[in-house]
Design a protein around this ligand. Structure first.
Ligand code: ADP
Length: 562
């Protein structure tokens, strides 16, 4: 036999085997019978469907599976006439329920005579339909699930994008806002008598608007810091009574016109809270101003500080205001969530019409949780024309801060605290002191700055720019503090040179200056400084300013890397 002929035969055999296995194991039930109905073949599916074994085939006739003689006869006569039959029929099965089937049947003809009937049968019993329905539902469910997973991932990505966008936008806003605020402050402080009163009023409006915007920007930055787990705490021992009283005092002016008063109660012998004073102040001011905002005129707000147990404070701020519906009670702690329109917050007896940013409570919750605490609200809900009131509850551990581990380079900026630390330990974490380069030719102010800085920094002190430059490139200090009015190379030129060099391009630089003249401030920023410190300064002012410069520098670096 020729080789090509052999190959054709092999291919044909392979094709037949393939067809056989499709017929044998495919999803359809396939039966072949003689024209008298005697069964010749049934594939695996058909055997299962009919409830018989392969050995029983020779004894069976296909007509025995049709529920009526009539139905079989009708199918058979059509097949004999060469018609392809498509019909729903009921079939009987050995020892099993009747089968609702959809049959496609045809006859195979030889020399114009029908020889074999072929039946392709689809099970349509309710169980089968249910099973199919279930399978279809499962597929749909799987689709929905994967869709949910996709949209969850997408939501998370969008939320991260939103946080980054908000922080970048807020940062971009901060710089021009600082100029607007700074310049309007200067005009109001130093030129009040020299300018037209109508211009002064405009400047005052600009200043107020800048202050409002500044608050919003700071709130957005706080929310994103909390969301991105970047909030830094500077803990110390705090007397809660003093803090609560200070917060009430801060709002006194605002509340006086509406005759809203605060009634505070403190448990005896309250321990000190180990926490971040400024942040806790923010918590109380937010809660108290909300309580006042949503209360009618002349109402009283109760503030109670007690101990839930020896380790936990329980603070309740209870107002007699418009209340909060159950559905909103969880959501008000979400960023940007406000209940309904601002006008609905009208207390009827006051002119106040809500209108915040919906950020306050999310910041409050973030700060409380950073301190290891919990916050929730209790209210009967809102009732038209009534003031059911709301009670905000805060549980705060006496001492437990949930601050994560910091990387080495972060140490300078982050006070790392864990439960076993005392407040005095907080700075001890900085094993090797960071370096600060102090350039000041005025002995008195240089000594004063040095004394303050030495508690935290390794201070390198020189009195001229010429000495400072090589030291800055060699020692790579974490911060440079520079007098503007230096002999020889003046401060601005030194700053420009430092900014032009790779080693010191990103180093935070602050000017020390005895003058707040406009040109001086302008020149200081124009030469590349991050901030300036006005002489004379107190210890707190200097340290506060330095922390801020370092924090800002770090945030800027983080945003550049986003
Ligand atoms: P906002 O800056 O809008 O006040 P908050 O996050 O502080 O944002 O509050 C979110 C919303 O929670 C408010 O808009 C208000 O609807 C509701 N809310 C907060 N505190 C109170 C309160 N004491 N009584 C009634 N509603 C309140």
């Amino acid at each position: 036999m020729a080789k090509s002929e052999e190959m054709t035969k092999d291919t044909a055999k392979l094709g037949i085997r393939l067809l056989q296995s499709i017929v044998e194991h495919g999803p359809l039930s396939i039966i072949a019978s003689g024209v008298d109905g005697s069964m010749l073949y049934a594939n695996a599916n058909a055997l299962t469907m009919l409830g018989i074994s392969g050995d029983e085939i020779p004894e069976k006739t296909i007509d025995s599976f049709f529920s009526s003689e009539e139905s079989w006869r009708s199918v058979r006569s059509q097949l004999m006439a060469g018609v392809h039959v498509r019909e729903s029929v009921v079939m009987e099965r050995s020892g099993r329920k009747r089968l609702d089937a959809r049959v496609l049947a045809f006859a195979v003809f030889e020399d114009g005579v029908p020889r074999i009937f072929v039946f392709l049968i689809e099970d349509e019993t309710p169980e089968m339909q249910e099973a199919e329905e279930q399978a279809r539902k499962n597929v749909e469910m799987a689709k929905v699930n994967s869709e949910l997973i996709r949209s969850n991932t997408e939501l998370r990505r969008l939320s991260e994008l939103k946080s980054s966008f908000l922080s970048i936008a807020s940062h971009e806003l901060k710089t021009p806002l600082t100029s607007i605020k700074g310049y309007s402050d200067i005009i109001m402080d130093t030129m009040r008598d020299r300018i037209d009163p109508s211009v002064l009023r405009m400047v005052e409006n600009i200043n107020r608007a800048a202050n409002r915007l500044h608050k919003v920007v700071n709130n957005i930055l706080d929310v994103t810091r909390i969301e991105q787990k970047r909030l830094r705490l500077q803990p110390e021992n705090i007397d809660l009574k003093v803090l609560v009283d200070e917060a009430v005092e801060e709002l006194a002016d605002m509340n006086a016109s509406r005759r809203i008063s605060f009634d505070t109660t403190f448990a005896e012998d309250l321990p000190m809270l180990f926490g971040d004073k400024m942040r806790m102040q923010q918590v109380f001011v937010n809660l108290f101003s909300n309580a006042a905002k949503f209360s009618p005129d002349e109402s009283t707000i109760d503030v109670r500080v007690s101990m839930e147990n020896p380790e936990t404070f329980h603070i309740v701020v209870h107002d007699r205001g418009i209340g909060i519906d159950k559905a909103d009670q969880k959501r008000i702690f979400d960023p940007f969530y406000e209940v309904g329109a601002a006008t609905h917050h009208s207390t009827h007896s006051s002119r106040y019409l809500g209108g915040g940013t919906g950020l306050g409570l999310s910041i409050v919750r973030g700060i409380v949780e950073y301190h290891g605490g919990r916050i929730w609200v209790d209210s009967r809900g809102t009732v038209e024309g009534e003031f059911p009131g709301s009670a905000f509850h805060v549980l705060l551990p006496v001492k437990k801060l949930s601050v994560g581990r910091q990387k080495d380079e972060d140490r300078l900026l982050n006070v790392v605290v864990d439960e076993t630390m005392s407040p005095d330990d907080t700075l001890a974490i900085v094993e090797e002191k960071p370096k600060v380069l102090l350039i000041d030719n005025d002995q008195e102010s240089s000594d004063a700055a040095r004394m303050v800085l030495e508690s935290v920094f390794d201070v390198l002190s020189v009195s001229t720019g010429e000495e400072a430059l090589p030291l800055a490139f060699q020692e790579r200090p974490s911060l440079i503090i520079l007098e503007s009015n230096l002999p020889g190379l003046d401060g601005y030129r030194v700053c420009r040179i430092l900014r032009g060099q790779e080693e010191t391009r990103e180093t935070p630089i602050a000017f020390l200056s005895g003058s707040i003249a406009e040109e001086e401030i302008h020149e200081c920023f124009a030469s590349g400084a991050d901030d300036f410190i006005v002489k004379p300064f107190t210890k707190n002012e200097l340290m506060d300013k330095i922390w801020r410069i370092l924090m800002k520098k770090k945030e800027d670096a983080q945003f550049r890397s986003v």
